[in-house]
Design a protein around this ligand. Structure first.
Ligand code: DAH
Length: 339
């Protein structure tokens, strides 16, 4: 029996050395260690061994089995290592290869100016509301005291879709909607896109405005002036000067045009401000009582003021951009300069 077992061990170790691949290793396992394998069949034949010899033979079989198993495991380990290395080699990273460059985006100057203005206004207690870009004649004109055939309609060359439906030419339309929907006190801003039938170096058919409206019992032009001054200083710096000039808008009375000292030359006069030292940046005024009444607000009890910024213009002044067309061209090189 001992001889037989030694022979199995001998053959097993010899075969193991000759093994070339994992398949052969599998076959080896079945042959020597499997349920139908040589060692198991010896155990099965135990019946023929004299009872007093059985423990000895059993121990011997186990000893041989352990030797074969450990030799087998060492070989299996070897193959696992080879396979892992192959796998790693397949997915290896070539650290000498040039990296892939991901271009970082940048926010558009108009978006950044919107964010700045909205942050400032929200900190002052304004609520942000939005209105539709496709608007009715009423909200864009009539409700703002610009009746049909009123000459001031010519101030805004509008894209009409039908006689009654248009692309809003000003965010002031949201004033009317807000007055209808809210009860005073009202303190809203409305950022958004507006459209006009205009296109040249200083006009784009689509541009952006930010509208502001405050309605309460005791508000006046003085509040408007203080608020706008504070806003402009927050955007362009503490030393900014602000100038109010009388103007006309049908929805405000009195109306003003607001100028800000040129941030480029600080009022000295330069190319940006055409030597005047000031830039005309927004329209504003005390809400015309007729406008309040049309939206159902008691003009004896309440007063209001409103303002409208051209946000693209603000962004251009802020970033020193000279051609409006760059703002709408989608040229990535332009945006890169803004980072
Ligand atoms: N909607 C005006 C425009 O587009 C700007 C404006 C002026 C808005 C005076 C206002 C305002 O709210 O009070 O030219």
């Amino acid at each position: 029996m001992q001889e037989k077992l030694n022979d199995i061990l001998q053959r097993a170790l010899e075969e193991l050395i000759k093994i070339q691949n994992k398949d052969e290793l599998g076959e080896f396992k079945v042959k020597f260690l499997g349920k139908q394998g040589e060692l198991t069949s010896i155990l099965r034949g135990m019946r023929e061994v004299a009872p007093e010899d059985r423990p000895k033979v059993g121990a011997l079989v186990n000893e041989v089995r352990e030797k074969i198993e450990s030799a087998y495991s060492a070989k299996e380990e070897e193959y696992n290592k080879i396979e892992l290395e192959k796998e790693l080699a397949k997915s290896a990273i070539d650290i000498t290869e040039p990296g892939k460059f991901h271009e970082k985006g940048a926010l558009h100057p108009t978006t950044r100016m919107f964010n700045k203005l909205i942050d400032i206004c929200v900190a002052m207690g304004f609520k942000v509301v939005e209105g539709p870009e496709i608007e009715t004649d009423y909200y864009n004109f009539e409700g703002l005291n610009i009746p049909k055939n009123h000459p001031s309609r010519d101030m805004q060359d509008t894209f009409f879709i039908t006689d009654n439906i248009l692309l809003r030419s000003q965010t002031s339309s949201v004033q009317v909607r807000s007055m209808e929907n809210m009860k005073p006190p009202i303190k809203i801003i409305s950022p958004g896109r507006v459209y006009r039938n205009d296109s040249d170096g200083t006009h784009s058919p689509v541009f952006h405005q930010l509208e502001g409206l405050v309605i309460d019992e005791n508000v006046s032009m003085a509040d408007l002036k203080a608020m706008l001054t504070s806003m402009m200083k927050k955007i362009f710096g503490e030393s900014t000067k602000i100038r109010f000039r009388p103007s006309f808008f049908p929805f405000t009375e009195p109306s003003v045009e607001v100028d800000v000292s040129c941030p480029t030359c600080h009022g000295e006069g330069c190319k940006v401000c055409k030597g005047t030292g000031f830039l005309e940046l927004l329209g504003a005024g005390v809400v015309n009582p007729k406008v309040l009444e049309m939206s159902g607000i008691d003009s004896k009890k309440y007063r209001g003021f409103a303002f409208g910024f051209g946000v693209d213009r603000f962004a251009m002044v802020y970033d020193g951009i000279t051609d409006l067309r760059n703002m709408f061209k989608n040229d990535i090189r332009f945006l890169k300069q803004m980072k």
